[in-house]
Write a protein that binds this ligand. Sequence first.
Ligand code: TYD
Length: 209
Amino acid sequence: MSRGLLVAFDGVDGAGKTTQAERLAAALKRDGRRVRVLREPGGTALGEQLRAVLLAADGQADEPLVQACLFMASRRQLVVEAIRPALAQGDTVFLDRSFLSTWVYQGVVGGVELELLEALARAAHGDAWPDQVLLLDLSAEEADGRRAGRGAADDSFEARGFDYLEHIAQAYRDMAARLPELVTSIPAGGDPDDVAARCRAAFDEVAAR
Ligand code: TYD
């Protein structure tokens, strides 16, 4: 049986990753494809514990290298427990965030060396490297507006304010420009139905390779 596809959705908070991953998964399931959506950090018992530590506003895990190690630990656990077995069964796996988040938040913005983070991501994924990362590209202004509309309490990253968000949005764009083969940039503003159609088209291209 051929290995399933591994596609990650990434981007700033508020870009619509969770919505679009779930929508595309539902559409593909209607077509008869077996699809799983997994979130990072989290997705396993250990990962959810690490998520709670990482997103708490108590400052325990505030140092970028500490964070990078914990995010990568959660990722490795997810690969071992969930991603590898699903791909081996031929299932399609969608990731809600990925190593690209670590490269952007802890690397470009946090200052942790990118070569180190790339080596850690390669080790965490092993032979289960993503086939494609879909970057939902949204301006900091639009992301901020959506987040405010959502009304949920800010986690430790969301609490850092607008300048931080702008820095993150730009770092994602720079990363997409540096990695044109791995990262497909998808305009994520405007009507969610249009964004969904763009995600579908990007996925179909990956599936046709
Ligand atoms: P997320 O799961 O998107 O939160 P939400 O439940 O609000 O959608 O991610 C939580 C935060 O973790 C997010 O602000 C970005 C940050 N993060 C990193 O800094 N590095 C990483 O490697 C990952 C996966 C997330």
